[in-house]
Design a protein around this ligand. Structure first.
Ligand code: HEM
Length: 186
């Protein structure tokens, strides 16, 4: 994945736990790169290795790290670096979600070798929508859950996100039900 992703993990760890913990994470992951380059491609195993090492160093489950990383990606990385793209993608939560399937087409203009996820929407009702997530990468569904929560927070819209299909349990892709307003699942 592009270095932007690994740099965002660095920011997540450094801002919340300090530079020493990030040094320990990098060491545990066997990463010798001093600073990741935003525009350079790195093997996916580096990103997965950093998440696993962060889980060990911070003594938090991998799922907690991935969820937090999803929220952080939207509310920190994307908002700070690509705020205009985010605000152009929708005036409210449902508009943004309906735009998500084409979102990375624009991202790919900046990152030409991007291997983006694929999103689809279905079953849109007044206060809910089903989001379908496809990727050739494994193990990122909790990251997506965190991303969707991050988007809801971006629009100050209380929302529930429930995973309804699981690729790692035999479904052909991951699926999420996003509800807001009076459709929120308690
Ligand atoms: C301006 C904001 C964004 C930028 C610049 C961006 C950029 C990227 C980049 C560089 C990658 C790594 C893929 C690669 O290097 O091949 C990636 C992956 C990913 N992005 Fe985005 N992204 C943005 C917003 C979002 C949003 C809002 C979502 C969903 C709500 C999202 C979902 C994902 C997911 C799930 C992946 C993991 C890759 C996979 O599933 O295969 N991104 N994105």
């Amino acid at each position: 994945m592009y270095g932007l992703v690994n740099m965002a993990i660095e920011d997540l760890v450094t801002i919340n736990f300090g530079a020493d913990k990030w040094a320990a994470v990098k060491k545990k992951a066997g990463v010798e790169v001093d600073r990741f380059n935003v525009n350079e491609g790195y093997p996916d195993c580096i990103t997965y290795g950093l998440v696993k090492a962060a889980s060990e160093v911070l003594e938090l489950p991998v799922e907690k790290i991935l969820f937090a990383f999803g929220e952080f990606w939207v509310l920190h990385t994307a908002q700070k670096g690509y705020g205009d793209m985010l605000s152009a993608a929708g005036r409210d939560l449902p508009e943004f979600l309906e735009y998500l399937p084409t979102f990375h087409v624009r991202v790919a203009l900046m990152f030409p070798h991007l291997q983006p996820p694929r999103f689809e929407c279905s079953d849109r009702e007044a206060n809910k929508i089903t989001m379908h997530y496809y990727s050739h990468r494994a193990g990122l569904s909790v990251f997506v859950e965190g991303l969707l929560h991050g988007v809801a927070k971006l629009y100050n819209t209380p929302a529930s996100v429930e995973q309804t299909k699981f690729k790692d349990k035999g479904d052909d892709h991951d699926e999420f039900l996003v509800c807001w307003g009076d459709a929120i699942k308690k």
